[in-house]
Design a protein around this ligand. Structure first.
Ligand code: ADP
Length: 176
């Protein structure tokens, strides 16, 4: 398929819904025979960026490396889905400028919602002081200034969030 490469970058707090939307979108694109790749923050930290921690420097390096791979794939016509907290605005902007074909999706739910979901039990550990520097608790999250899409996952169903992303990439001409 003669498709155009694109990076769709999902940013948001832990538990906001990045992985859930990413997986649903990946499934839908695959069914329609688009060539895709998923770069999930948790998975990447076990290989590509293994050994990096959660200081600002390490978080930025994590995002820089994910961005490097996403850029290579995008240049080869792949639709890349990145799912990573990516809390800092400046490095997201840097990656956006490098890749060019870039759609930022702000997966947004209030901290209280993310915390009550506590999908991985990490908020509980962060509140108990067992994890230090947890985004949203004792580490910053800088919300996107001009995301192409914002999914309010506390107010929308997964189908609605998915539809928003799909419509945007379609209207930008990345789908046939
Ligand atoms: P993240 O990858 O951002 O850490 P997850 O995708 O692992 O978050 O978890 C998000 C949780 O929120 C899931 O349990 C999911 O079912 C739920 N959820 C509720 N509404 C939505 C929505 N509109 N989009 C995505 N997830 C949603």
């Amino acid at each position: 398929m003669n498709q155009k490469g694109l990076t769709i970058w999902f940013t948001g707090l832990s538990g906001a819904g990045k992985t859930t939307i990413t997986n649903a979108l990946a499934q839908e694109l695959s069914q329609k025979e688009y060539s895709i790749e998923v770069l999930d923050g948790d998975v990447v930290r076990q290989n590509l960026t293994k050994g990096l921690g959660f200081s600002k420097e390490d978080r930025d390096e994590n995002i820089r490396r994910i961005g490097f791979v996403a850029n290579l794939l995008t240049k080869h016509g792949v639709i890349v889905l990145v799912s990573a907290i990516s809390p800092y605005q400046q490095i997201r902007q840097e990656v956006r400028e490098k890749i060019g074909d870039f759609v930022e999706v702000f997966v947004n739910a209030p901290l209280s919602t993310c915390e009550s979901r506590d999908v991985k039990g990490l908020y509980k550990q962060a509140r108990a002081g067992q994890i230090k520097g947890f985004t949203g608790i004792d580490d910053p999250y800088e919300a996107p200034l001009n995301p192409e899409v914002e999914c309010r996952t506390d107010l929308e169903t997964l189908a609605e969030s998915l539809h928003k992303v799909w419509s945007k990439i379609e209207s930008l001409g990345y789908l046939k």
